[in-house]
Design a protein around this ligand. Sequence first.
Ligand code: FPP
Length: 256
Amino acid sequence: MTRSQTIQKTSNMDSPLGEFDPSRLPAHIAIIMDGNGRWAKLKGLPRVEGHAQGMQTVRTIVEECSRIGIHQLTLFCFSSENWKRPQPELDFLMQLLECYLVQERPLLLEKNIRFSTIGRKEMLPSSVQHEIDETIRVCRDNTGMGLCLAINYGGRQEIVDAVQKIASLIKDGSISVNSIDESVISSSLNTNGMPDPDLLIRTAGEMRVSNFLLWQISYAEIWVTEKPWPDFDIATLHASLSDYSKRERRFGGLKS
Ligand code: FPP
């Protein structure tokens, strides 16, 4: 299948009629939220307006995933490569994250949503670090859906950090070289304790994984929509779930 055929196929599934089978939901959905800038440009707005609208979409999708019983939702908010953007856009994104964390705490509490982040937090402005810590503190007793924001996150960087952790465990004699297996690596990653994503959604049509959860998405089903993130809505989420529920997952085995 060519790239354009694949995109056309998924675009056709962006139907508001997308019905999904609640008994075949992914436990973990990971989303690469792309296309904020293009959305704004098409409307003749500054790029940052796309990010502001994207924050509204985050609220809608978090609420809907929690409502339908998704176990874990991980959102790619800011990559370790995004620091290359112009300073005013970086400042806006950091302020938006801070604002999101403060504004959404009541909703996270009301919906019993667990909260975590992945990525190198220490490089973020101290005000953002503070709001992350506060949100984790406030949500610590929640037991519902897990919401994980990937902020200053890079998959390769995460693997480098994991290798360093494992190397120091070997150095201090806590584990032996031969005891390194997949579970040791998985538990050394930022996502320790989360199931691997079953469904990876990417908005705005690009066919790449952009250094997101490289180890964890080994067997994820990938679903790409042409819609930019600010236009991603509940109907589109349902369309992705409908398609996911029809996929046959073989994990390298044979048809059951
Ligand atoms: C990609 O669009 C999006 C980002 C780099 C940031 C994602 C941020 C949000 C969705 C809003 C903030 C989220 C929270 C939780 C407050 P792009 O700018 O790369 O778009 P383009 O590819 O069209 O230029």
